[in-house]
Write a protein of this length. Structure first.
Length: 380
């Protein structure tokens, strides 16, 4: 078995380490590029979204590198990801790219027993026993969560760092080491070392950077090429931001403790129903921002993503009722990177000017209040 899977955020980093630990050969396709997107678009349905076109390209490249088995996640509801596996297989089979397919559907759709059976097929060629496999699974989960916590710290500190680019440099170095790590233990040591490094970055707490939330469709959120490296752009602009929709978030929500994460979705008066994908989570994030006083929200998703289109409509109502500032960025293969960057820069500039004006108004009001006080000396 030569296993492969499409590029989805950091899955290629942690997936390689996990399967290597089990002695299973992994074929990692090259990183996404414009030429790869063009190749994927040429064999995909015209109306399908960017994630599908990139995945087609990834699998064609992996097949040329010798891969013979594909692992694909799936989902329920109107989100097209639920049909990706069958459609990918149909398109690739017709063009001579033969694979064995392992679809990781939700346990709600196929049942726990069927899901475990599919997972067992993946590790059937491993020489490791069940205890060792479980230890590797736990270590990989800790690896994912540790890397995401490092990103979270970097995203928040980017607005306060004394030396511009210091946070981004550390996260890039960490990923570089993970791409060469030979074991889970070595990878975890690398992450712990970079956590210590980021804690030592000089910061300027007198700064008052914007505090934004980045949310939206999960693939566009976690695959840098699909959002034109928006995280790096925001860090370069000195924005402090959060991004909670991640690979680890998906694992928690789908496998580890789904009921806990769904509790905060209850009482969502703007979108009380599940409509597929993670639109309800996107709206819940917007509600949280309005309550906690974030400066704004950036919603990202690909053209044709029905759940996020509904969430965008809900955001329009929230913007009026809660004075929530939202920038919606919709990606397709025809858009130029410069146009997206200009929109984000304009949004950040608008929010920055608004924040400066609000701070000035508060300062002037405080000064006026102090001048209005009459000091009366004792005894008079």
């Amino acid at each position: 078995m030569k296993l492969t899977f499409p590029h989805i955020g950091d899955a290629h980093l942690v997936g390689r380490i996990f399967f290597s630990e089990l002695g299973i050969e992994i074929v990692t396709p090259p990183y996404n590029t414009i030429s790869g997107l063009e190749k994927g678009s040429s064999v995909s349905p015209d109306e399908i979204c960017i994630p599908f076109k990139l995945m087609v390209s990834n699998l064609i490249q992996a097949h040329a590198m010798g891969a013979d088995t594909v692992v694909m996640p799936a989902t329920m509801g109107p989100c097209r990801l639920g049909e990706y596996g069958e459609l990918l297989k149909s398109i690739l089979d017709k063009r001579g790219y033969q694979f064995r397919w392992v679809l990781l559907d939700s346990s709600k759709a196929i049942g726990v027993r069927e899901l475990l059976q599919r997972l067992s097929y993946l590790v059937s060629e491993s020489r490791k026993g069940l205890p060792e496999i479980l230890i590797a699974l736990n270590g990989t989960y800790q690896l994912i969560k540790g890397l995401e916590k490092l990103d979270q710290k970097a995203h928040l500190l980017a607005g306060y760092e004394a030396e511009k680019g210091a946070c981004k440099k550390i996260t890039a170095q960490c990923r570089g080491e993970l791409s060469k790590a030979g074991s889970i233990r070595e990878a975890l040591r690398s992450i712990r070392r970079h956590h210590k490094q980021i804690a030592q970055i000089p910061v300027n707490r007198s700064k008052t950077p914007l505090h934004l939330l980045m949310t939206g469709e999960i693939y566009s959120m976690i695959e840098p090429f699909a959002n034109h490296h928006m995280e790096e752009l925001l860090m370069d602009m000195g924005v402090s931001f959060e991004k909670r929709v991640t690979l680890g978030w998906w694992i928690d929500r789908t496998i580890v403790h789904p009921l806990q994460l769904k509790k905060r979705l209850l009482g969502n008066r703007y979108l009380p129903y599940e409509i597929g994908g993670y639109a309800k989570d996107t709206v819940a994030e917007g509600i949280l921002c309005s309550r906690k006083g974030y400066d704004g929200v950036i919603q990202v998703f690909p053209v044709g993503c029905m759940p996020e289109i509904v969430a965008k409509a809900v955001f329009s109502k929230m913007m009026k009722e809660n004075h929530l500032s939202v920038l919606t960025v919709i990606y397709d293969e025809m858009g130029g990177e410069a146009g997206y960057i200009t929109r984000i820069e304009a949004f950040v500039d608008m929010l920055s000017r608004r924040k400066r004006m609000e701070e000035k108004q508060k300062h002037d009001a405080a000064m006026k209040k102090n001048r209005g006080k009459i000091n009366v000396l004792p005894g008079h």
